[in-house]
Structure formats: structure tokens, C-alpha cells
Design a protein around this ligand. Structure first.
Ligand SMILES: C[S@@+](CC[C@H](N)C(=O)[O-])C[C@H]1O[C@@H](n2cnc3c(N)ncnc32)[C@H](O)[C@@H]1O
Length: 314
């Protein structure tokens, strides 16, 4: 099985329905991954269209190029962080775009390569989305303070044993650096009194998720990346998101609320400071989630939420 067909695009038809790509349009796939959504988008853009795929992961970029470069539209595949989407797109001498898709998190191909360190298979504790970043998860765990680590575990993954896991990691690294996924997993299991599973879920799952999100600054990048994308979107253009984690859902909901002109300032503020202004309308009310057939065929899709807005003249 190739990397390309290891990843099944999530909510594919629903995403295409929201984006409603048409010939001649310019569409950014901010997380092109292995080109699953990109393939169907490119099909719809015709000869005069432009497809811009961005990914932080060098391997994904190579794979997306292989999968997409033969389409007749102009295909640009860029290695970079969508938090710099405006510079990346302007660098192609393109000012505005008709659609942007963010399909956040990691791909199945990343999760399924043990050497990337995202999974429980014993391997170096890497977890970098971009191989050109210098810090790995092992490096992060070697220097993060106990307090910050406990906060990361609690805030990013609702880990109820955040304090004891953070304490165990910090005390362990005094005598032995944590270098492998197996070491981290075993250490978390010990914090759960030797239990490897609770309610059918590995007790290290939340720790792995939180460390990955912190290392790759996933939530910070999403916040900035949505703003950068908005700057590029022409009136009538669509911004569509697929998110998997409660922290991502919250950031996207707040972004959408502000664009709909709904203030998100904390209650009691004398004056609105969040910049809410009517600049968008909803493409759908609420969210679309995978149906039972998709969830059964692709269990990783289960937490996905699809949202979309259209830019109006503001
Ligand atoms: C869920 S996968 C996308 C899969 C893709 N839609 C497909 O069908 O093949 C998420 C991708 O986003 C990339 N990614 C995550 N955060 C990113 C960021 N800030 N900038 C660019 N790419 C990012 C990851 O490297 C990964 O390849």
C-alpha cells in the first residue's frame, strides 16, 4: 500500500459540496497531505484553474506532487506552514483566492509510519510534523517545566492524571532521558498503576496527543492560519474546515462567530475588543460529522467536524 492510499480523505463529498469548486477558480488546500481532497478539487478546476497545496511535512509535499501534478490546472505544491499562507500565496503572484480548505491534525500515513514517532510502536520519540523543525518530542520532554507539562496534558488532552504524569516524566529524566515512544508509554502506564488500558483506550493516548499538539504548536498555528487565509479570500470565497480535536473546534467556532459579527469578548467588557464584524455567512448551520458508514470504514474520522463560511462584501 502506498502512502497515498493509506490516507482516506474524511468527509470528502460533504467537503466538496461546501467548497463547490468551479472551472477557473483558485483554491488553496492548506493541509494538502497526500492529496486525497486535493485530487477531487483539481478535477473540478479545469485548465484555467489554480490549485495551491500547502503542507508542513516534506514527505506529504512530495507525495501530493506525484499525485496531483498531471492535472491540467496550474498545480503549485508548497512546503510550509499555513500560518504563513499569505506570504506563500503572494509569493506565487496570486492576490486572492476563491476557496480554502483546512483539514487539520495528522494524516493516517504520518500515524502509520512508526519512525515518525506518533504511534505506540516503539521508535524514537520524534512527532515532528515538519522534518525541518529542529526540536523533537524527546527534546521537548527533556526541558519543559513540570508545571508547563501538566498544563499541556490538562488543556490539550483533558488528562486527569496530568500532575502525576508530569512529575514522573521530570523525575525520570534526571537519571535517564526519555528517548523512545515505548519509554514514554510505559512511564504513563506506571502512572495508571500499571494499567495499559481503561475503557478500551490505551492510557497513554492522551499524553501522546497533548505532546504532539504542543510540540507542533498546532493550536497557535491554526489561530494564525485562519486569519492569514481570511486575508486572501475574495468576496464570495469559501473557507471550509475539518477539525478533530476540541481545542481546534473551539478556535474555529470563535473565528466563525467573529466573522458573522457575533462578539466573543468575555461578559462584562465595557467595549468590544474582539473585532467582530459581519464579514461572512454560514454555508451550513452547525457542523457535518461522519455518518455511521464512514465512521465504521474509517474509525479515525469519528471525531471530525466540518464547518464552512462564505465571505460577503464587508
Ligand atoms: C489530516 S491530514 C490532511 C489530509 C489531506 N486532506 C488528504 O486528503 O490527503 C493533515 C495534514 O496537515 C498537515 N499540517 C498540519 N498542520 C499544518 C500547518 N500548520 N501547516 C501546513 N500543514 C499542516 C499535516 O502535515 C498533514 O499532512
Amino acid at each position: 500500500m502506498t502512502l497515498y492510499n493509506r490516507h482516506q480523505p474524511v468527509l470528502l463529498q460533504e467537503t466538496l459540496d461546501l467548497l463547490a469548486c468551479a472551472p477557473g477558480q483558485c483554491v488553496v488546500d492548506a493541509t494538502v497531505g497526500y492529496g486525497g481532497h486535493g485530487f477531487e478539487i483539481c478535477k473540478r478546476l479545469g485548465e484555467k484553474g489554480v490549485f495551491i497545496g500547502i503542507d508542513r511535512d516534506e514527505e506529504a509535499v512530495k507525495c501530493a506532487w506525484t499525485v496531483l501534478h498531471t492535472f491540467p490546472c496550474r498545480v503549485e505544491i508548497l512546503h510550509g506552514n499555513f500560518a504563513r499562507m499569505d506570504e506563500l500565496v503572494w509569493g506565487l503572484e496570486i492576490e486572492q483566492v476563491d476557496g480554502i480548505l483546512y483539514d487539520t491534525g495528522v494524516s493516517s500515513a504520518q500515524l502509520d509510519q512508526p519512525e515518525r514517532g506518533f504511534s505506540f510502536v516503539d521508535a524514537p520519540l520524534d512527532m515532528r510534523m515538519s522534518q525541518s523543525d529542529s526540536e523533537t518530542a524527546a527534546d521537548l520532554l527533556a526541558h519543559i517545566s513540570e508545571e508547563d507539562l501538566a498544563r499541556v496534558l490538562r488543556e490539550y488532552a483533558d488528562e486527569r492524571r496530568s500532575r502525576s504524569i508530569a512529575r514522573a516524566i521530570v523525575s525520570r529524566r534526571l537519571s535517564h532521558p526519555i528517548r523512545t515512544t515505548g519509554e514514554l508509554r510505559a512511564l504513563v502506564h506506571r502512572c495508571y498503576g500499571g494499567r495499559s488500558h481503561l475503557h478500551g483506550i490505551d492510557t497513554a493516548t492522551r499524553t501522546f496527543l497533548a505532546v504532539r499538539i504542543a510540540l507542533n504548536r498546532e493550536l497557535e498555528n491554526l489561530k494564525v492560519g485562519l486569519e492569514k487565509g481570511w486575508k486572501l479570500l475574495r468576496p464570495g470565497g469559501k473557507l471550509v474546515t475539518i477539525s478533530f480535536h476540541s481545542g481546534e473546534h473551539r478556535i474555529i467556532k470563535e473565528f466563525i462567530r467573529r466573522r458573522l459579527g457575533r462578539c466573543i469578548c468575555p461578559p462584562g467588557m465595557p467595549k468590544c475588543g474582539c473585532g467582530a464584524r459581519v464579514e461572512a455567512e454560514l454555508l451550513i448551520h452547525g457542523t457535518v460529522t461522519p455518518g455511521p458508514a464512514e465512521a465504521a470504514a474509517n474509525p479515525r474520522s469519528r471525531s471530525a467536524q466540518l464547518r464552512g463560511i462564505r465571505r460577503v462584501e464587508g
